[in-house]
Design a protein. Structure first.
Length: 278
């Protein structure tokens, strides 16, 4: 069976229900490989061992891609690199510069004192006033009574010239037989008015006050740290002289002839055909 007949009878040699890696994850890229195979190898014969197993050919292609994943991936990555073909030297130097500053300030003990003097001048102040109180007529009545009973004896003694002993000279005895003394008191105050005048004078004077506040701060050390970080990058490239620019251009032409798709197509053809043209 010719390869062209096989390709016409199948939808694709790449199954659609498989997860591919780059660049085979692009359906357009897979279609281009099939077109390249039909253009370059359409007259090759399918291996006889596969003619009765043509449905298994897509599985063989997937096995090929998996076994050569590392090689295909690295080859494909080399085609995506951008560079200057006449430069054989490229250096990139990057780094970080850090500048740190430490400041220390010693401050001795400090005392802050504030004083406030307040003075208020007052002129002469006089307060004059009249007080008047009116009382109505008042009358007070009172009665007192004293009663005496019993007796009272009064004795008088004398001392003769010829002796120092006292001798009774006279003795008087009074009897009280319920003697009563009574008195009636009546005090009447007519209606009258008490009035008075007050005059208070405060002479000119000055009130003064003084307040003082004192705060003491002990000795201390103030420190501060600052850090500045600067990132830098230095690039250098060119031709260091070991290879001429013409030689590097020729190498670039050789690389330009590299065909990744042709390599993959050739590996598939070697897998499923006997590489003999009909």
């Amino acid at each position: 069976m010719k390869l062209t007949n096989y390709v016409k009878n199948v939808s694709s040699i790449f199954p659609s229900d498989v997860t591919y890696y780059a660049p085979f994850d692009s359906a357009d890229f897979r279609s281009q490989i099939v077109e390249y195979i039909m253009m370059a190898y359409s007259n090759l014969q399918i291996r006889p061992t596969l003619e009765d197993y043509v449905d298994g050919i897509p599985d063989l292609v997937i096995s090929l891609l998996n076994s050569k994943k590392y090689s295909y991936t690295k080859l494909w990555e080399t085609t995506q690199i951008e560079y200057d073909p006449i430069e054989n030297y490229s250096m990139v130097e990057s780094g970080t510069d850090t500048n740190t500053t430490d400041n220390t300030t010693n401050i001795g003990a400090q005392t802050n004192t504030s004083s406030i003097d307040n003075s208020t001048n007052y002129g002469e102040v006089s307060n004059n006033g009249t007080n008047s109180t009116t009382y109505g007529r008042t009358e007070e009545n009172g009665q007192s009574a004293n009663t005496k009973s019993g007796g009272q004896t009064d004795s008088r003694y004398t001392v003769p010239y010829d002796t120092s002993d006292e001798q009774l000279a006279e003795k008087t005895k009074t009897d009280f037989s319920n003697i009563k003394d009574s008195a009636t008191n009546k005090v009447t105050a007519e209606e009258h008015t008490d009035s008075g005048t007050s005059n208070i004078t405060i002479g000119t004077h000055t009130d003064t006050s003084k307040s003082t506040n004192s705060d003491t701060l002990g000795a201390r050390i103030d420190t501060s740290n600052s850090s500045t970080t600067t990132a830098h990058e230095f690039k250098r490239s060119g031709n260091i002289g070991i290879t001429t620019s013409q030689m590097m251009l020729q190498s670039e032409r050789d690389i330009a002839m590299f065909n990744f798709m042709a390599i993959v197509a050739h590996d598939i053809i070697k897998l499923i055909t006997i590489c003999i043209y009909d």
